[in-house]
Design a protein around this ligand. Structure first.
Ligand code: ZN
Length: 502
């Protein structure tokens, strides 16, 4: 934690010293910077402040404006180069009123619904005032339930996996060992990679909780998953520690504690009760039960979700064991805000430490991000094949003895017959195998719901040894030598090694 209020302390000392001369001296704050983030349904303005402030916000129309009066404040930054493209904002002005109130006027091209709050200093940033401008037109369409999207096979639904890329926008997450790498910039491409792998799998529909560099509230994340009827919620993060030695991957699962409290709160509020159990258990309307029964139903649902979170986490951990170092070889249960959905099995993966230079460099490469995504997807697929939700294509495949993976073309096979046999669409089968035409030949191996791991590459940096690299990627030293035609242990800085499948 750094000391962000240094200047405020100096000012305080100055004011105390001068107070007998200047009775009006107050704890003035400066607006130092203004930042802007565009989310699908709102624009976030963040005012960076030199100290805490009192403020008032109101709207004016004709033309539409949002006015923020910040008491005892002055303007220190210059916002002339802010880019308001794609936002409802046409400009930001400021003026000092009544001696020491700073009035910020946000000029708008159309009406918005504002909401605002202040944030206390954290290890990275000082006091902030956040103003969210919700788009009144777009708000209704931000969450598009996937139930309306037809699945590849008419009557068999897809398994829906909600992917939550940690942090975003105003919230950078952890900062790397070099002071520059940001967690939010690792979790998003990794989530996109996971999305791509799952989307290519017949029987799966992934959804992105956030799809760009903006922040989605923690409480809203499971809510979006629920509205999309997700069968599993996967949050991707990177870890942080004060020393650079900490390393390895950790998986957390939905914990009873928080979910229990969440259940009680929901029952008390009867909040979204019709939707609450919709994710997995059909629609049970809590309003039609008294509170005791409702709580019992939710508890049963939650016991199931917790157990499933552990099972799913374990399958994913097994799958990741081959590609990265594990900090814990068992799924951890934690009371994390984002894992509080009582109805959807939920896991959070800390994929490695950004504060560890070796892991950070690896996490920041797209090949490792894809490899990580493929291993997570493999774990997800293994989990669902064990116990597929009723009515899904995967359940149907399992009933019909179809094991996702590879299929070797036999005499008399045609692509459309194979597609039919596996319950996948012809176009899915072709795209997942990179086929341009319908021509196949006997002995050809087709991928059907299988995932192959990205061959990894590793660029050698100063001080690394071949055996360390082998350990890092969980491959044997001899297979690493063989894959790279190396006889001894000699490697060079900057040399690119192929990492074989373990
Ligand atoms: Zn995080």
């Amino acid at each position: 934690m750094k000391e962000p209020k240094d200047s405020a302390h100096k000012l305080l000392r100055y004011c105390l010293a001068m107070s007998f001369l200047l009775p009006a001296c107050s704890f003035a704050a400066e607006v130092q910077e203004l930042r802007l983030w565009q989310a699908p349904d709102h624009t976030r303005l963040v005012f960076d402040l030199s100290g805490s402030v009192d403020y008032q916000l109101f709207t004016l129309s004709n033309p539409h404006r949002v006015v923020v009066d910040i008491e005892n404040s002055s303007m220190a930054g210059n916002f002339s180069n802010l880019d308001f493209a794609d936002s409802p904002i046409t400009g930001v002005r400021s003026a000092v009123r009544e001696g020491n109130t700073l009035r910020m006027v946000i000029d708008l091209g159309k009406e918005v619904k504002p909401s605002s709050f202040t944030l206390l200093p954290n290890s990275e940033l000082g006091d902030r005032l956040v103003v969210d401008l919700y788009d009144t037109e777009r708000a209704a369409e931000t969450v598009r339930p996937v139930s309306s999207i037809p699945s590849p096979s008419m009557d068999k639904r897809d398994i829906v996996v909600a992917i939550s890329a940690g942090h975003g926008g105003e919230d950078p997450g952890g900062i790397g060992f070099d002071g520059r790498l940001k967690e939010k910039n690792i979790t998003l491409p990794m989530s996109h990679a996971l999305f791509d792998v799952l989307e290519a799998m017949p029987g799966y529909t992934p959804i992105m909780i956030r799809d760009g560099d903006y922040y989605v509230e923690l409480q809203q994340r499971p809510q979006i998953a629920r509205e999309n009827r997700a069968d599993l919620f996967v949050a991707l993060h990177t870890d942080w520690y004060k020393s650079s030695n900490a390393k390895g991957l950790t998986i957390y699962a939905l914990s009873g504690d928080r979910a229990d409290r969440e259940n009680a709160r929901r029952v008390a509020q009867k909040e979204n009760s019709a939707d609450l159990l919709g994710g997995v258990g059909g629609d049970i309307d809590l309003d039609s039960w008294d509170d005791d029964v409702a709580l019992t139903l939710l508890s049963l649902q939650m016991a199931w979700s917790m157990e499933q979170s552990l099972v799913a986490g374990t399958r994913i951990l097994e799958s990741l064991d081959g590609i990265t170092r594990l900090r814990r070889d068992k799924v951890q249960q934690a009371s994390l805000e984002v894992l509080k959905s009582p109805d959807i099995p939920s896991i959070l993966i800390e994929t490695g430490y950004l504060t560890n230079p070796e892991e950070a460099r690896r996490l920041n490469t797209s090949s490792f991000q894809r490899r990580m995504a493929q291993a997570v997807a493999q774990g997800v697929v293994n989990y669902f094949y064990d116990a597929p939700p009723e009515g899904t294509l995967i359940a149907w495949q399992k009933e019909n003895g179809i094991v996702p993976g590879s299929y070797t073309v036999k005499r008399g096979d045609s692509l459309s017959v194979i597609a039919q046999r596996f319950g996948v669409s012809l176009s899915d089968l072709k795209s997942s195998n990179g086929l341009q035409s319908n021509t196949i030949h006997v002995g050809q191996v087709l991928t059907i719901g299988g995932i192959s791991l990205e061959p990894a590459e590793h660029t050698i940096s100063r001080g690394e040894t071949l055996s360390e690299i082998a350990t890092q990627y969980r491959v044997s030293l001899s297979s690493l030598r063989q894959a790279n035609n190396i006889a001894g242990d000699r490697i060079m800085i900057g040399q690119v090694l192929k990492i074989p499948a373990s």
